[in-house]
Design a protein around this ligand. Structure first.
Ligand code: SF4
Length: 257
């Protein structure tokens, strides 16, 4: 039986949406913010995990989720597990978040056939040396996966703006690269939250400048800050964590981790 380790799943308060966090990652990003980078949580097979998603959603929303986002860590590490999981989550729209390294033509074809609706792909840097320094791996398979994924399903590309590391010029290189695949691809620029003594939080002006340079090449650019600004006002700003044993914990923006 195929399995992965699961620290928790997360329920949105805004709509019936569930995130599945699969722990473990193939990259070694210098400023990784994810507690799920290392293998933590309970060893779980697909059926047990799908049961947890259904039961938690029915308990909390009194219905099954409209959207299920499989994230990590890295979602794609165990191919057979992921294909089976996507096919058994057929009651909602399934999205994966991925660093793209393993997503070749055959893998994406199989995922789409299993029912995948969208890929949110992290493109950390266009410059190969920079990517290798930051993640420990070449970005060639990742750059290839942008085209491969776009040709097969809905694709959103994301980059974290890190002053002095991935800044305006690198964002422009990434935007230029994406535009050669399709200038209509949605591109999100997120602001860095300092980790492990690396870089700092970008200023509003730096983020706006990054937006402007990306906009020169792409039609659909979103700043994480504009995401927050444009989000429909709601006083619901917390998430519900459900652990593998079925216990719940509410997390707010303050204690997100
Ligand atoms: S790809 Fe994501 S989870 Fe993996 S090391 Fe990098 S930031 Fe962490």
């Amino acid at each position: 039986m195929e399995y992965r380790y699961l620290p928790f799943i997360t329920l949105s308060e805004i709509k019936p949406r569930v995130w599945i966090t699969l722990s473990g990652c193939n990259f070694k990003c210098k400023a990784c913010f994810s507690p799920a980078r290392n293998v933590i949580g309970k060893k779980m097979g697909v059926d047990e995990l799908v049961k947890l998603v259904k039961k938690s959603s029915l308990n909390y929303y009194q219905r099954l989720p409209e959207e299920i986002i499989i994230t990590g860590g890295e979602s794609t590490l165990n191919r057979d597990f992921l294909l089976e999981l996507v096919s058994k989550l057929d009651f909602g729209d399934v999205v994966i978040e991925s660093n793209g390294f393993l997503l070749d033509e055959e893998y994406v074809d199989e995922l789409v056939k299993a029912g995948l609706k969208e890929v949110m792909l992290d493109l950390k840097a266009c410059n190969e040396d920079l990517h290798e320094w930051y993640t420990g791996f070449s970005n060639r398979p990742v750059l290839r996966s942008v085209r491969v994924t776009h040709e097969r399903t809905k694709l959103i590309v994301k980059t974290v703006y890190m002053p002095g590391i991935v800044d305006e010029s690198e964002v422009e290189n990434i935007a230029r690269f994406i535009s050669r695949v399709d200038p209509g691809i949605e591109y999100r620029i997120n602001d860095f939250k300092p980790q492990k003594g690396l870089s700092r939080t970008p200023t509003d002006q730096e983020m706006e400048k990054a937006y402007s340079v990306a906009k020169k090449h792409l039609n659909n650019v979103i700043l994480s800050r504009s995401c927050r600004k444009e989000r429909i006002a709601t006083n619901k700003k917390s998430w519900i964590t459900v652990f593998p044993n079925g216990t719940y914990k509410r997390r707010s923006l303050k204690n997100y981790k």
